[in-house]
Every structure is written in structure tokens, then in C-alpha cells.
Design a binder for this molecule. Structure first.
Ligand code: FAD
Length: 482
């Protein structure tokens, strides 16, 4: 019998796994995809929200503010990229001032530190390229940008280093509530190829979390996926703004944001469209044009330098708030459901809270040898000359550049594949190292990454996939053209 079975290895499932790994518990994470961070956690704005937006008293408000505070510390402990660049919410017309004041009041009620309204002149000094139409803004200094992939991967690696088992390509098909001979409730989780008895189930299945909740509870949840589309721009456009610029919604519609990413690109989005089901992450001409035309309202001139576009799905629950905690009529079944925005920010706080619930139920002892830190993959692009020399001395593979756009070396790629929960796909390498994330979008490095994956995984090049589920690139050998 497992102690805890977590469904879903997105940022929420991985944050919970990391917090549970402090205790002497038998924990497994079941994930239907080939890697962590394959759902909504890979396709969002990457903003660490300060917490002015959510209605006071909601779970969104509480976990947003707590999560923001935790990320500051965790980014150092678990070595993932985070920058507190501050957010500005722009009023693009005088009528917006009341809305800005309302957000200030709401943020103060939520306990967001340092909020203040900045007027036109100061706004121009803070952001020289802000639109002439911006009359004032709410400044949230604790807003930030994070790498959503590396944050999720960091939680998962640290959890695995502390004994949590991750089972990929394992789709949960059903969850059944049962009672043992002593009258204690437990669950049988049936997957694509196994059956697991477990004392506690944690439901962190993103846009599918209503499905699992509804299998065990009479109090039904209903999640409607809502799509958000984005344009990601070249690093040459990355210095257009230094803060994250949000727009106060106007009569013309809900605004989109313009932000530098933590890696120095510029990003614009998202839309808010109905999705054609929980797997519909397609982009459309109309959606991307909306992103660019609305984004252009925030700045004097929005560069047309898109290098890629993508869409993510918000897990919107009918009640409008996060659903977090033990289901009323299913003891030991814990939901982390309906985790739409600000779920990335909130995830570490949700992790702490749910680990607390499990601790109260199972009363486990704390591990004496808990490893609280984790070291990320060294980045040649960010290293000083001395650090580069030391890395290359230790391993000459750090001198061989594979991805020219992002300056990623063979040493980094080898590290990404061979470390705890290492990459097994091209996308896995990309999210861990940034190889393929640059201007040419893997046009150059793909043909180098595939042979390294094949060598280290003991596979043929034809067997290497983009992201699992038969997403092969090749049906013949790569010509040796390097
Ligand atoms: C457009 C958009 C923009 C956003 N921007 C921000 C932002 O800037 N800041 C912020 O804080 N938040 C933001 N969010 C919200 C944030 O991205 C999400 O709240 C967060 O990623 C949700 O994480 P999760 O782990 O709950 O879900 P997911 O990442 O979707 O993880 C769920 C996992 O469960 C797995 N799963 C599902 N069904 C099964 C099954 N049957 N068996 C096994 N595994 C299964 C999935 O494969 C998936 O990996 C945004 C969201 C969207 C859509």
C-alpha cells in the first residue's frame, strides 16, 4: 500500500511532491506524459504575480501572496531562474484610474507589500517605451518572472533526490474509494498498466482534475479549459521593457501583457478564448493577431520579431476559485483542482499546505537526511570566464557548442540527460538547457541533440522522440554534416 499517490507532474504536483519528500512516506507521482511539465505548466506567462488581482478572502489570493514569498527563497535553494522585475498595471485612459485604485485597495487587503500608484511622469522614467496613452499605473514591486520549466523540474528533481518515485507514460484511468477490514478508507488507482492501492490520493491533474474528483465525490466539479495564446519574440526585442506591463481591462476587452522573460526574450499575450477540449493547444491567426494588436497598446512600438507562438489551457472551475483540500465525502482524497492563474505562483504554497494536510492525516516522522537544496545545470551562456574555464577543464564537452542561438554546449546537454529525472526527449533537453529555444528554433541544434540523446539513452537515432507518444523525427540516419 502506497502512502500517497499524486496524479499529475505539473508544477502543482511537483511542488506537493517536494514538500511531502520531507517525511518518511512512500510517495509516487503518476504522469501520463513522458516528462514533468508537459501540461499547462509549460505554456503560461511565467509571471510570479504579486497578488493584487484575486478577490480578498479567496484561496487564489491567499496562495498567490504566500507563493510569491516562497519563490524568492526557493529560487536560490533549488537554483532556478527568477527575477523580481516588478509589475506595472497600466490605465490606458483616464477612466481607468478608478480601476487602478480598486486594485491597490484589493492588493493591500491581500497583504501585497509595496504597492503604489505611479503617475505619468514617473511611469515614463521607469519605462521609457511605455505608451503615450498610459495615464498612470499600479506598481507592484514584488511581481517577478520565472522559468516555469526549470521551477517545475527543480521541484521534481529535489523530490526524487529525497525518494519520491515518478512514473511517466502512466495514465490514470480510474480512482475507486474502498474500505479495509478495519473500516479505514483507501483508494485503488488503476493506470494504463498497473493497479495501486494508496492511503491518500492527491489530485493535481490540471484540466482533468474534475474527472478524478468526480470519480470519488458526489459534490461534482466542472472544469472548462480556456485557451491563452502567446507570441514569443527574439532577444533583440527583450529590452523594450524591463517591468511586466499589464493592461487594466477596458471596454475594448481584457488586456494582454508585454513582458521580458527571465531569459531575456520579449513575450506578449495571452488571449482568453474557449478551447476545443482539454487537449486543444492550437494557435490561430486571429488569436495571434489579437495578441500583437492589443500588446501594441502598451508600448510606443511593438517589434514584429516573433520567433515562436504557443497556447496554454486554463483549468477554470465553475466556482471561480482554486479547489484545495480533502473532498468532503471522500476522506484521504485531496484536491489541487481548478488551479488556473495564478497557479504557477501559488504552487509552492499549495505544496506546503497539502503536505501539512497529509502530515496531519498520516503523522509521518520527518526525514533526518532531507536534502533541501538542488543544483541546476551550469550554464555556459551565463558563466563568467573563470567559471567557463573551470567547467571546460573538468569536462571538455562544455567547450563544444551545440545550440548557437542560446549558447548551449554538449556538456550541458549530457548533464540534462544523465541527472536525476533526466531528459529522455528533445523537448526534455530543450526545457532543461534552452537548446532549441532561440531564434532558429532548433534548426541548427536538433541534428546534434538527437545523436547525444541516442548515445546516452542506448537507443537508435530513429527512436528519439520530440515529446513521447511516438513523436519521432527520423525514419533514416542523419547525414554526418557537422
Ligand atoms: C494562458 C495561461 C497563462 C498563465 N499565466 C500564469 C502566470 O503568469 N503566472 C501564474 O502564476 N500562473 C499562470 N497560469 C496558471 C498556471 O500555468 C497553472 O495554474 C499551473 O501551471 C497549473 O499547474 P498544474 O500542475 O495544476 O497543471 P498542469 O501543469 O496541467 O499539470 C497537470 C498534469 O497532470 C497530468 N495528467 C492529467 N491527466 C492525467 C492522467 N489521467 N494520468 C496521469 N497524469 C495526468 C497532465 O499530463 C499534466 O502534466 C497561466 C495559465 C495559462 C493557461
Amino acid at each position: 500500500m502506497k502512502d500517497v499517490t499524486i496524479i499529475g507532474a505539473g508544477v502543482v504536483g511537483c511542488a506537493i511532491a517536494r514538500e511531502l519528500s520531507r517525511y518518511d512516506l512512500d510517495v509516487v507521482v503518476l504522469e501520463k506524459e513522458t516528462d514533468v511539465c508537459e501540461g499547462t505548466s509549460k505554456a503560461n506567462s511565467g509571471i510570479v504575480h504579486s497578488g493584487y488581482d484575486a478577490k480578498p478572502g479567496t484561496l487564489k489570493a491567499r496562495f498567490n501572496v504566500e507563493g510569491n514569498r516562497l519563490i524568492h527563497d526557493l529560487s536560490r535553494k533549488l537554483d532556478f531562474p527568477f527575477k523580481e522585475n516588478g509589475s506595472l498595471i497600466l490605465a490606458l485612459e483616464e477612466e481607468g484610474r478608478a480601476g487602478i485604485e480598486e486594485l491597490l485597495e484589493r492588493g493591500n487587503k491581500n497583504g501585497v507589500p509595496g504597492l503604489r500608484i505611479v503617475e505619468k511622469e514617473e511611469l515614463r522614467q521607469m519605462e521609457p517605451n511605455v505608451s503615450e496613452n498610459a495615464v498612470c499605473a499600479l506598481y507592484a514591486p514584488t511581481g517577478g518572472v520565472v522559468c516555469p520549466f526549470n521551477m517545475t523540474i527543480a521541484f521534481a528533481e529535489n523530490a526524487a533526490d529525497n525518494g519520491v518515485v515518478f512514473s511517466f507514460d502512466t495514465e490514470v484511468k480510474s480512482v475507486e474509494k474502498k474500505t479495509d477490514e478495519n473500516g479505514a478508507v483507501y483508494y485503488t488507482v488503476k493506470t494504463s498498466d498497473s493497479s495501486i492501492d494508496t492511503r491518500i490520493v492527491v489530485n493535481a491533474a490540471g484540466v482533468y482534475s474534475d474527472v478524478f474528483h468526480n470519480m470519488v465525490s458526489g459534490k461534482k466539479l466542472s472544469i472548462t479549459p480556456r485557451k491563452g495564446q502567446y507570441c514569443l519574440m527574439d532577444k533583440n526585442a527583450g529590452s523594450l521593457v524591463s517591468h511586466t506591463l499589464f493592461q487594466l481591462p477596458t471596454k475594448a476587452g481584457k488586456g494582454v501583457l508585454v513582458t521580458p522573460t527571465v531569459h531575456g526574450n520579449l513575450m506578449c499575450g495571452p488571449t482568453a478564448d474557449p478551447a476545443d477540449g482539454p487537449e486543444d493547444t492550437s494557435t490561430t491567426d486571429e488569436g495571434l493577431n489579437t495578441v500583437l494588436s492589443r500588446g501594441a497598446l502598451s508600448v510606443t512600438s511593438l517589434p514584429r520579431m516573433t520567433i515562436t507562438s504557443f497556447a496554454g489551457l486554463r483549468a477554470h472551475e465553475e466556482g471561480g476559485d482554486f479547489v484545495i483540500g480533502e473532498a468532503e465525502d471522500a476522506p484521504g482524497f485531496i484536491d489541487a483542482a481548478g488551479i488556473e492563474s495564478p497557479g504557477l505562483t501559488a504552487a509552492p504554497a499549495i505544496g506546503v499546505h497539502i503536505a501539512g494536510l497529509v502530515k496531519d492525516m498520516l503523522k509521518p516522522s520527518e526525514k533526518k537526511d532531507f536534502i533541501s537544496t538542488r543544483k541546476g545545470i551550469p550554464s555556459i551562456a551565463l558563466a563568467t570566464d573563470e567559471e567557463r574555464a573551470a567547467l571546460i577543464k573538468e569536462d571538455p564537452a562544455y567547450s563544444k557548442v551545440v545550440c548557437r542561438c542560446e549558447l548551449v554546449t554538449e556538456g550541458e546537454i549530457r548533464n540534462a540527460i544523465t541527472r536525476t529525472l533526466g531528459a529522455t526527449t528533445v523537448d526534455g533537453v530543450k526545457r532543461r538547457t534552452r537548446a532549441g529555444m532561440g531564434r532558429c528554433q532548433a534548426g541548427f541544434c536538433l541534428a546534434r541533440t538527437i545523436p547525444i540523446l541516442a548515445e546516452l539513452l542506448g537507443k537508435s537515432e530513429e527512436e528519439i522522440e520530440k515529446s513521447g507518444h511516438g513523436s519521432y523525427y527520423l525514419d533514416g540516419e542523419i547525414k554526418d554534416s557537422f
